[in-house]
Design a protein around this ligand. Sequence first.
Ligand code: TRP
Length: 381
Amino acid sequence: MTEKAEVTPWEVSGDLQETDYSRIANQFGAKLIDESILKEIKEITGEIHPFLHYGIFFAHRDLDIILQNYRKGQPFYLYTGRGPSGNMHLGHLLPFMFTKWLQEKFNVDLLIQITDDEKYLFRDISEQEIGKLTRNNILDILSLGFKPDKTHIIVDTEQSGILYNQAVRVSRHITASTAKAVFGFTDSDSIGKYFFTSMQAVPAFLISALSGKNVRCLIPYAIDQDPHFKVARDVIPKLGYEKPSSIISKFIPSLKGSGKMSSSDMNSGIYLNDTPKEVRKKLMKYAFSGGRETAEQQRKYGANPDIDFAFNIYRMLEHDRKKIEDIYSRYKVGEILSGEMKQLAADTISAFLETLKPARELAEKNFSEFMFNADDFRDRY
Ligand code: TRP
């Protein structure tokens, strides 16, 4: 690869390697998650989530402050989000799995922002189409089994009153030249785009603004969202609230192996309503493989599981760490062939997708219980 991998919220170019991730974290001013933070998390939660263990969530900003304060009995809340630009595939759902783990282990509120306004401004999609995707994406997220009493979904255009009043305060502190520098906008971008980052900043202090108390916020997100929160961390203290902390993930590898999974290409990802047959077909046909050209070569030289899509997804969905290690080493020495690896991954994925169905149906019935209600927060903290 000659070209350098670059990351903005709108574009990822090149294949990101381990070194690119540490370089980007460094360049953005985030810290890498190290042994001491992992140890602290384990002391509090009793376990290390696989996404931490495998370095998928790999960097942070001020996570140590959140943990220290939590130990002293100070609450925090979680905030994450999703822009409804297409149907959700597995890669979109995995960060929410991790967020759910955090929510349960720390027993905290979670705000989920659905930025339908963002997708209207940045993508060529109609309002009607976005409306449909919004409802579907929310159900997909809720299919992981979030609890309604602590999960609060904010759809930007539905909560515009509450959000706008705060976003306008944020926007006063962001100049056009900052927006250009951070997001790469030019003079031909719409003024809506320039304003948007103010909307994404709001949930990072909304509970403090509503309750009148200073409640810390921890934001899990993939590295492409970091520019938003870099700006938010500069501005939010100027409004009188604590800087939000963050925990940052790499991209989930795409089926075909480069960039992130794209929503525009049906074959670039595994969709949550794909049948076991479709899952298997996509893996067999498209999954980027760390294996060799021929079975004979693979038996002889082994595969590279680290870059293998099937292995990586399998590792994220399989709970038994011993089993994962066993597959890893056997795949690496050529005892397992790529087709077998893909079959194993396909079975694991299909079994996982099946587990999502009951919670999705339940969420469809209780949809409104998950929607953000500002009054809940006036004296919750
Ligand atoms: N901008 C994000 C997207 O395009 C959605 C989002 C809003 C988000 N708030 C967030 C993601 C907080 C992570 C954390 O998908």
